[in-house]
Design a protein around this ligand. Structure first.
Ligand code: CA
Length: 229
């Protein structure tokens, strides 16, 4: 992945089969000095993403081809934790995003304003940027979290976390011992300007538990939210 800080131009892959939408998004991101690639087909999306190694992926769900955007994300997540924002056309797609726990970083329902998309992408990139922190390496049994290197290992094996999953873990680690409400977690880990479903927190918590196992001392606090102890 190329760096988004300093002088490197950030790159984005837009997977969208509707040319009007793809072109409009491309225009907005080009204006923001991103390098943009468009792919209009799910079956080619992974090849394009692997070739470009983008800093961000916008992924439409309804796509021509054997696969849809959810399939693409599932496949992508096996090897890659690039931030993904889904474009959805219907509410049932949102339920599938939340239910499938694909490690998506955000989603936007059509119709949307391109400005909103740009703002969301920037917010996610800010969250993903390395934070200055006194605590950089924490161990919970077999789970080792290195906040500076943005690396998580269980029993020595590196675990691939989506950018938002890492941001959540980072926030929990920074607030170890404190019972946090879902609202606090959303504000702290997703950012105060994030607007969306509060269930997102539970979905990402489940993902962390599944990926990091029982050694992560992450307790559900009844009536409140969650606490890392
Ligand atoms: Ca579509």
């Amino acid at each position: 992945m190329s760096s988004v800080s300093g002088t490197t131009t950030p790159t984005i892959v837009i997977v969208e089969d509707e040319p009007d939408i793809a072109d409009l998004l491309a225009l907005y991101f080009t204006r923001e000095e991103w390098s943009v690639s468009i792919c209009d087909n799910a079956d080619r999306a992974l090849d394009v993403i692997r070739a470009r190694q983008p800093d961000f992926v916008i992924l439409d769900i309804g796509l021509p081809g054997e696969q849809d955007g959810l399939d693409v994300c599932r496949e992508l997540r096996k090897t890659n934790n690039v931030p993904v924002l889904f474009l959805t056309a219907r509410d049932d797609e949102v339920d599938r995003i939340l239910g499938l726990e694909l490690g998506a970083d955000d989603y936007v329902t059509k119709p949307f304003s391109p400005r909103e998309i740009v703002a969301r992408v920037k917010a996610i990139m800010r969250r993903g940027a390395p934070t200055e922190s006194a605590t950089t390496r924490v161990e919970f049994g077999t789970v080792v979290v290195d906040l500076e290197r943005r690396e998580v290992r269980v029993n020595g094996d590196e675990i691939v976390l989506a950018a938002q999953e890492f941001a959540l873990l980072d926030y929990l680690v920074q607030n170890t011992g404190i019972a946090l409400s879902r609202e606090q977690i959303l504000s702290g880990a997703w950012g105060p300007d994030w607007v969306g479903d509060i269930r997102t927190v539970d979905v990402h918590i489940r993902q962390l538990r599944r990926k990091l196992g029982d050694d992560l001392p992450l307790a559900t606090v009844r009536g409140t939210g969650y606490r890392l102890s």
